[in-house]
Ligand binder design. Structure first.
Ligand code: 5GP
Length: 191
């Protein structure tokens, strides 16, 4: 490792413009956790994280929910990868445990058009859960196509900007940022 690469700091990369600080996120996630703790007392709660983007949010959120709960994960490919906007998705990794009779909260990083989550909920609705709700850290209402999609637990509403950090990536980078930021110059992300 060269002396130069040792000094590099991803967290203070000048291409990043902070939208929500780690402290603001922590505070909001704690509020969501408290609300879920209240709403799911005596329920059989399962949090389903949609990988990879929700990994940081799920990890923090579950530690703010003071109840018996279990977690599971899904990986889905969205229409964006397929370069079609049909909203169809492919399940690349399915749940490891059935959700029949369970009270499920699907945990997402961000809802944009809503196409991915809408289709995923349609699939999960066929699996006999007792209830099915959504927690999303970020809600970008402007580009929403599926207007009927309800986000039951929403961290922050944001403008129609591309954001990274706290699990969200650009070309698989920036998921490790403890805050959420926009890129001042998206062309420079490999710099
Ligand atoms: P939707 O189907 O709602 O349009 O897409 C949701 C998915 O697109 C999210 O789970 C996320 O992976 C990706 N996405 C949407 N907006 C953003 C954004 O601003 N930043 C990043 N990094 N990913 C986004």
């Amino acid at each position: 490792m060269t002396a130069e690469s040792k000094k590099y700091s991803e967290f203070t990369n000048p291409n990043l413009e902070i939208m929500f600080t780690a402290e603001q996120i922590r505070h909001r996630v704690a509020e969501l956790g408290k609300q879920i703790t209240k709403d799911y007392a005596d329920k059989d709660l399962v949090l389903i994280g949609i990988l990879k983007g929700s990994c940081v949010f799920l990890s923090d959120l579950m530690r703010e929910i003071d109840l018996k709960l279990s977690i599971d994960f899904m990986v889905v490919s969205s229409y964006k990868d397929a370069q079609v906007s049909s909203g169809d998705i492919e399940i690349l990794k399915d749940l490891t445990h059935p959700i029949r009779g369970k009270d499920v909260i699907v945990v997402e990083d961000i809802v944009d058009t809503g196409l991915t989550l809408f289709r995923l909920l349609e699939i999960l609705q066929t699996r006999g859960a007792n209830s099915l709700k959504v927690a999303a850290l970020l809600d970008k209402p402007e580009p929403r196509i599926k207007k009927e999609l309800k986000i039951d637990y929403c961290g922050f509403q944001i403008p129609n900007k591309f954001v990274v950090g706290y699990g969200l990536d650009a070309a698989n980078r920036f998921r490790n940022l403890p805050f959420i930021a926009t890129l001042k110059n998206p062309q420079e992300i490999s710099a």
